[in-house]
Ligand binder design. Structure first.
Ligand SMILES: NC(=O)c1ccc[n+]([C@@H]2O[C@H](COP(=O)([O-])OP(=O)(O)OC[C@H]3O[C@@H](n4cnc5c(N)ncnc54)[C@H](O)[C@@H]3O)[C@@H](O)[C@H]2O)c1
Length: 313
């Protein structure tokens, strides 16, 4: 038997929170293509149902579950609904997350509370309910994968976002230490800057700066995370726990000079970078231009990037 069968997910039962669009949709499709049945969990019923249909079209089972991850009762009901459909839960990707950027010296407490509630408390509530199910399935356990961010490691966005993601990384390590005895692996993935609806307002000049600062030479797409999520969901990662897997094209290497002398062209063209972004914006019904830009979506995020790079338009 080939060692490649370690990555096989046929028969595994998975859920992905925030799975309607963006990174979550990418993870859900990747798990499904590797053979898993995948539940799409999101607060956006229209987009989430569409992603669940896409997954079914791949020949595996899927369902959409409406859930706000900040609500413990909804989270428990969500896990119950997934288990009622699939019979068990083997893999859970806790991806739902938001950013509310702005100057920290003026930030509303409500904005801080909301970001922490979704990114950190939401990930904990989901992990807890998922782990309870996985413990009931003992000794088979399961795989919990939290989507953190490079912002956990570098000071990147603002305090609420960066601190919530640093919390996700450390929570991952603590839960990994606690739940190893149940054969539950808890890991997280830290992307860099990914072209999803979260970043639909970012102007081209900012994307170009990010390319220049990324040794692998293209802006990250949801697809660039597929291998990492399949690995951590699979038997290939049976002895891996508490890991923060940085998937960033080398962005956080912080190589000031090296990328500028890059001789090899990137594997992905600027047009290919935006394929999933444009798909997601269409699903959400948010119009965009040929570059996948809609200045109305999250203008404050785009402003933060422009300010960081000193971009004037
Ligand atoms: N895009 C990036 O550059 C980037 C980089 C690093 C980490 N991340 C993280 O990856 C995750 C996904 O980001 P994305 O860029 O795909 O975001 P996105 O805004 O494009 O999509 C987020 C999805 O989560 C859902 N969601 C938001 N709040 C929810 C809640 N309370 N309950 C249930 N669903 C909820 C949304 O409806 C949406 O479908 C987030 O945790 C984000 O912080 C993103």
């Amino acid at each position: 038997m080939s060692d490649l069968s370690l990555f096989e997910l046929s028969g595994r039962k998975a859920l992905v929170t925030g799975g309607a669009v963006g990174i979550g949709r990418g993870c859900a499709l990747a798990l499904a293509r590797a053979g898993a049945d995948v539940a799409v969990v999101d607060r956006d019923a229209a987009a989430g149902s569409q992603t669940a249909q896409e997954i079914q079209a791949l020949g595996v089972q899927s369902l959409f579950v409406a859930c706000d991850v900040t609500d413990k009762t909804q989270v428990q009901a969500m896990v119950d609904q997934v288990v009622a459909k699939f019979g068990r839960l083997d893999v859970a990707v806790n991806n739902a997350g938001i950013a509310i950027l702005g100057a920290d010296e003026e930030l509303d407490q409500a904005a801080w509370d909301q970001v922490v509630a979704v990114n950190l408390t939401g990930a904990f509530l989901c992990a807890q309910a998922e782990a309870q199910q996985m413990i009931r399935q003992s000794p088979t356990g399961g795989k919990i994968i939290n989507i953190a961010s490079m912002s956990a490691t570098i000071a990147n966005c603002n305090a609420s976002y960066d601190a919530s993601k640093a919390g996700v990384v450390h929570m991952t390590k603590t839960l990994a230490a606690e739940w190893g005895r149940f054969n539950i692996n808890v890991n997280c993935i830290s992307p860099s800057y990914v072209l999803t609806p979260m970043h639909a307002s970012t102007p081209l000049v900012v994307r170009e700066r990010i390319r220049q600062l990324t040794p692998l030479g293209h802006v990250q797409r949801p697809e660039d995370l597929h291998g990492a999520v399949i690995f951590l969901a699979s038997a290939a990662a049976d002895y891996v726990t508490g890991l923060d897997l940085m998937v960033d094209g080398g962005h956080t290497l912080n190589a000031w000079l090296t990328p500028l002398s890059r001789a090899v062209p990137p594997r992905v063209s600027p047009e290919e970078e935006t394929v999933q972004l444009k798909h997601d914006l269409q699903v959400l019904g948010w119009p965009c231009d040929a570059e996948g830009i809609n200045p109305e979506v999250h203008p404050e995020i785009a402003e933060a990037f422009k300010a960081a790079f000193g971009v004037k338009e």
